[in-house]
Structure formats: C-alpha cells, structure tokens
Design a protein around this ligand. Sequence first.
Ligand code: NDP
Length: 433
Amino acid sequence: VARGPMESEFHQAVSEVLESIAPVVAGHPEYVEAGILERLVEPERQIMFRVPWVDDDGAARVNRGYRVQFNSALGPFKGGLRFHPSVNLSIMKFLGFEQVFKNALTGQGIGGAKGGSDFDPHGRSDAEVMRFCQSFMTELYRHIGDQTDVPAGDIGVGGREIGYLFGQYRRMTNAHQSGVLTGKGIGWGGAQVRTEATGYGAVYFLQEMLDVRGDSVEGKTAIVSGSGNVAIYAIEKLQQLGAKPITASDSSGFIVDEAGIDLDLLKELKEAGRERISAYARRRPSARFVSSGRVWEVPGQLVIPCATQNELGSDDAAALVRHGVIAVAEGANMPCTPDAVEAFAQAGVLFAPGKAANAGGVAVSALEMAQNAAREHWSFEESELRLRGIMADIHAAAFAAAERYGHPGDYVVGANAAGFVRVADAMLAQGLV
Ligand code: NDP
C-alpha cells in the first residue's frame, strides 16, 4: 500500500488473492522464507510512455501508454491491451496481477502482463485509431517479442486494433514475427476460436459447475452484461446449449428482450456497426431499452457479467439472489465487488471468479502462439474441442484445490490456490530473481 497509495483496484485484487491463499501459505513455510508473496505483488517491470498522435482536424493529442510485465516464471509475459479512458496504473496492475494466476491455471506455460492506454476509441475514425495504434506500437515494440511478451486484445482492442498494431510492429522490426501478438486475423496468423474463446469458455465453466450438481444451463434464463467480444460469444454459446439470454448492455444502458437475444442483430449493430445498444431496441419489437437502472434487477437463473470491473455490487447481488439466481460466472475481470461475492457465497449461489471462468481467451491465445511457432492451422472444431478440454481441466483444478485447502465448492479459493501453487513452485525453483 505504501508503494502505491492510490491503487485501489490493485489493492482489491491483491487482498482477495492473499486472503484466500492463507491456508496454502500456512502449509508451505518455504514460500514465506523465499519471499514469494513480496515478490509476487511487485511487477517484474512497469513501462509507462507518451503516445502522441494527430486527430482528423490536425490537432496534436497525447495519451499515456502502459505495459505492466508482472511475472514470467511460467513463460513469456502474456495479457491483453485495454484502450479505455479509465485506464490508469492501478487498473493495469490489478489486471496484470490477476493475469498471473489465470495464465497459471490454464497450464499453458505463460506468464502474466497487462497493458493499454487511456485513449478512448469511441467516436474516433478508423484513420485516428490507426494513427494512435501506430504511435503506441512505436514505443511498445522494443519491449515485446514472441519469447518475451505477447500482448492481445481487451476492452477497446479488437481485431481492427490488433491489425494496426501488428502492421506497425512488422514495419519497425522488418520481421513477420507472427507470435508477437495474438487475436490476429485468420488470414495472417490468427487462430480459429480466439474471437469466441472467452465467452464460450465462461459458458463451458458455468456448465461444469452445474454438472457437479447434476444440473445444466439448458432451459435457463441468463442475464448477461456488456455487448462486446466476451458478451456476444457468451450469448452465442448459451443459445447453442439451450439457455435463453435476455439482456445485453453498454455504458449507455441495457436492453431486455424477453423473446431471447437476436444474436445476428446484436452482432450487426455491435461488431459491424459499432452502434449504441439502444439501437437494438429500436430494431426489435420484443425488446426495451433502459437507460437508467440496473441490468441485475432483471430476473434470471444464470448470470455472466461481461463488461468491466466492479459493475455488480452487493445491492445487485441481493436483487439477483431475491430473483432466484443459481450460478454466476465472471466473463469480465473482477466485475463483482467483494461484498457481492460474499453475498453469493452466503446464499449458496455457485460462483466462478474471472481468473477461472474467463481464462478461455488467454488459453486459446496460447494455442495461437503454438500454431504460429509450428506454422500450423488447426480447424475450428479441433480448436473448440481443445478449449472445452482446457476449461474442464481448469474447473477440475480449482474444484480439487478448494477441497484440498478446506473450502469445498469455493471456486475463489480453489482458483487462487491452484494458480498460486504453480507460480510459487516455479519461482522457488528459479531462485531469488
Ligand atoms: P469490449 O471492448 O469488446 O466490450 C466491452 C463491453 O463492456 C462494451 O459493451 C462496453 O460498453 C462495456 N463497458 C466497458 N467499460 C464499461 C464501463 N466502464 N461501464 C459500462 N460498460 C462498460 O471488451 P471485451 O468484451 O473484450 O472485455 C470485457 C471484459 O472481459 C473486460 O473486463 C475484459 O478485461 C474481460 N476479458 C476479456 C477477454 C477477451 O478475450 N477479450 C479475456 C478475458 C477477460 P461501451 O462500448 O459503451 O464502452
């Protein structure tokens, strides 16, 4: 806290992890002697840089760029880039810290990092986004590489931005080093299922949790927030498995469609058109748009928050419990506040933390790296099968660790403990570095 007094999101993420791994640390004095905890909370390297660019009116603009390379004990740094006006060092550190445990859980040999900028792509032309991405990469390129650090997308960074970033990297290095970024287009080094992976993976995890109770997602109503990459593909997989998602949102409000979300329409508006979510209600008679209010007031049995951190608080959790929620899987990173997580636990609601439930995205990114290194292209079916297997393995690892450390059914403890042990053992073996 003394080193970063204003970093509230980072402190929130660290407290949640440290509290839940107390029983693990108690059984491993060697971790304490080797200073594992002190080293884990200090990033290996933090890079902050100026990103100057010119807008369409010819005016000079300046944003701040970040890359927090948190921990590389298990493999090259890996984690997304976020472009959103709320980005600051605290948010970068919280996301990078979470990424370390998430990546360990995937079992794919990747370290943890996060980066991005306070640049807001909303309302910017393609040309402005391209110039920004080129300027951002002009500094970032010297810090990354397929053996060093492999960024990907996150909020505000999708296929378009990855394309511009990759183009500039290639130009500056005179190398088509495809493994330097993931989330690339299928025609130039991208992997099948990467776009779908985070949303699909969250639903697979939900299904695994329900399976333990002899239940399934089929026939259940689902409440989803967000309408970006994660939300769209969570909705798609929910529908494929027979559930009925009825909501989506963005920063302007949310829509409720009691007939079930029309996915083609949502994709047309959000992926192709970059429109506001209210446009959905204008085009669909069964839907209504709500500009003020909480999407969590809408009754449903399954909940997948897919927008941003701390979007679901204790009042929201209380409303969901009142309306009969049975399972929550975090598609976003840390969308539920600690009070909300506690409320779900008290009510016996199944709860999957983001570092387990949304790990499918980075897991398929690791598969993209493997395909790039081997110059291979796997089919959609094979890639989806692998994703499904990885999500089942993550579920099994978190479930077993929760039992081993005396908190059966608690996936927060389970995911943190299982991820922590993998990283801590590697750090222990590699000495004081
Ligand atoms: P996108 O940019 O594709 O979509 C984000 C969605 O969330 C948009 O609908 C956006 O609305 C909404 N949103 C973002 N910030 C806010 C806010 N402050 N208040 C209200 N709504 C907001 O991002 P992704 O779908 O990729 O990411 C969503 C979450 O999932 C993030 O927490 C991310 O870290 C996490 N995640 C993403 C992964 C991936 O593979 N993409 C992997 C693992 C986790 P608007 O357009 O109005 O801003």
